[in-house]
Design a protein around this ligand. Structure first.
Ligand code: HEC
Ligand code: HEC
Ligand code: HEC
Length: 384
């Protein structure tokens, strides 16, 4: 046997040459065009298994440190997630009563029907996939992934309800009173000459979440925009569309719309009667009193100015770029203040957003809760 022994010393030079030879071989194979990229040929079963094995383990390892919030059963969170799912996910994954298109079925890997997949994951794994997407697979990351983890959790909350959901429940969750089909997340709207009114199909999409009257849905999942200042509404829509105000949900709704359409939508919702947010839960009286003090007098010690000077309530004329807050539901106001309070620019906005960012920075959780409860307790009004 001794004759068979090859004395081969691995030196750094030899190792380097071997690695270079392998790299050259791989490059030559790529150059030759022999590898078949045709989706028609699919993957070999072993490749398919390996890719899924890698994906599943990557997701599980990377989500180890994620803390799952306790309120994933909150109906507002589920409704928000469902509304986005119809525009941002169902086009690839299908939905109850809405099978995947034959074109999607030909993707390699394909976007699977998620009902049977959800139980194979823990909530934090689903959150990780929704937030980060899957490389080389066509599964996109969340728009504003770092800034809006709360939105990726909303979609996760919806996904957890998806297994076994029937078509009617899905329809009413994602479309409200609107027709199935009023979700145009993937289609571009042509910049047509514009009348004063928004296009019917576009308004139908907004109305799935905000209602045609702008009062939102009965679960307080969406901000009330009825009777809001037209200038502010337009600034907000433009900021979502341009990515200056971070929201994957609103970017999906607004980014494809040409500017005249955004103006028409702002005019439509500004013209609606200023009704209070639908389905808003009652607020605590003690919080309201503390909030009124902050709104009217500010907090000198903390350097917080009186909110009322810019947001009312007051009979004085105000800048129409400053939103009216009265009658908005508290959870939404809190969410916006918390976004500004975070150190990075989680909540951008219109041309004056920098003013508000400075004010919100340093506000405590108690102040945020109190002042939001106060504004939620007021009747909605038009800005004088
Ligand atoms: C452009 C098409 C596309 C869109 C849009 C899309 N996905 Fe996917 N998704 C995919 C593909 C393709 C995969 C398969 C990835 C794989 O097998 O590695 C996938 C995988 C997933 C998975 C893992 C499924 C599993 O167990 O294998 C989840 C969960 C998921 N997507 C959720 C969503 C959600 C929620 C949205 C919307 C926010 C969304 N996807 C939008 C294409 C898409
Ligand atoms: C899938 C549900 C959904 C759809 C569809 C939708 N919105 Fe929204 N909208 C939301 C959510 C959620 C927010 C809160 C986003 C945030 O946190 O900034 C919001 C915020 C807004 C705001 C900002 C409100 C404020 O007080 O600052 C405006 C304005 C708005 N939407 C208008 C529209 C218009 C117009 C359309 C149609 C083009 C539309 N939305 C479509 C869910 C939706
Ligand atoms: C100097 C004027 C000014 C003062 C004072 C002010 N704000 Fe604002 N606020 C703004 C502007 C401008 C915006 C719009 C930012 C944008 O472009 O989205 C805004 C937006 C908001 C919003 C988001 C509303 C929505 O519909 O999304 C909340 C909530 C808010 N302010 C709360 C407060 C509170 C609470 C105080 C008092 C502690 C306060 N603001 C004081 C100027 C002000």
């Amino acid at each position: 046997m001794k004759g068979w022994r090859v004395d081969f010393l691995v030196t750094p030079l030899r190792a380097g040459l071997a690695a270079a030879a392998v790299a050259a071989g791989v490059l030559a194979f790529g150059w030759s065009g022999l590898f078949n990229v045709a989706a028609t040929s699919g993957h070999w079963p072993i490749t398919d298994w390996f890719l899924h094995y890698v994906m599943i383990n990557s997701v599980k390892t990377r989500s180890l440190a994620i803390e799952t919030p306790g309120d994933l059963d909150d109906p507002a969170l589920i409704a928000r997630g469902a509304g986005h799912f119809a525009a941002g996910c169902a086009g690839c994954h299908g939905a109850p009563g809405r099978p995947r298109s034959p074109v999607i079925r030909e993707m390699v890997p394909t976007a699977p029907d998620l009902g049977p997949k959800v139980p194979t994951w823990e909530p934090k794994h689903l959150f990780w996939i929704v937030k980060n997407g899957v490389k080389y697979a066509g599964m996109p990351a969340w728009v504003s992934a770092e800034e809006r983890e709360d939105e990726a959790w909303a979609v996760t909350a919806f996904l957890l309800k998806l297994p076994g959901m029937d078509a009617d429940s899905y329809r009413s969750l994602a479309f409200g009173a609107e027709q199935d089909g009023a979700a145009n997340g993937f289609t571009a709207v042509k910049p047509e000459p514009q009348g004063a009114a928004p296009r019917e199909d576009v308004l139908a999409d907004c109305a799935r979440c905000h209602g045609r009257d702008g009062a939102g849905r009965d679960n307080a999942a969406f901000p009330v925009i009825a009777g809001q200042n037209e200038a502010y509404l337009f600034d907000a829509l433009k900021a979502y569309a341009d990515g200056r105000r971070h929201s994957g949900i609103m970017a999906t709704a607004a980014a494809r719309l040409p500017e005249p359409e955004l103006r028409a939508l702002a005019a439509h919702y500004a013209a609606q009667p200023p009704v209070a947010a639908k389905g808003a839960p009652p607020v605590e009286a003690a919080l309201v009193a503390a909030g009124e003090r902050i709104a009217r007098e500010g907090d000198r010690g903390a350097g917080t100015p009186a909110c009322a000077s810019c947001h009312g309530p007051s009979p004085m004329a105000r800048n129409p770029a400053y939103p009216s807050l009265a009658g908005q539901h508290a959870a939404y106001l809190e969410s916006q203040l918390r976004l500004w309070e975070k150190e990075h620019d989680s909540r951008g906005g219109g041309p004056f957003a920098g003013v508000m960012r400075k004010i919100a920075f340093g506000m405590t959780e108690e102040q945020i809760k109190a002042v939001s409860a106060y504004y939620a307790s007021l009747p909605r009004e038009r800005t004088p």
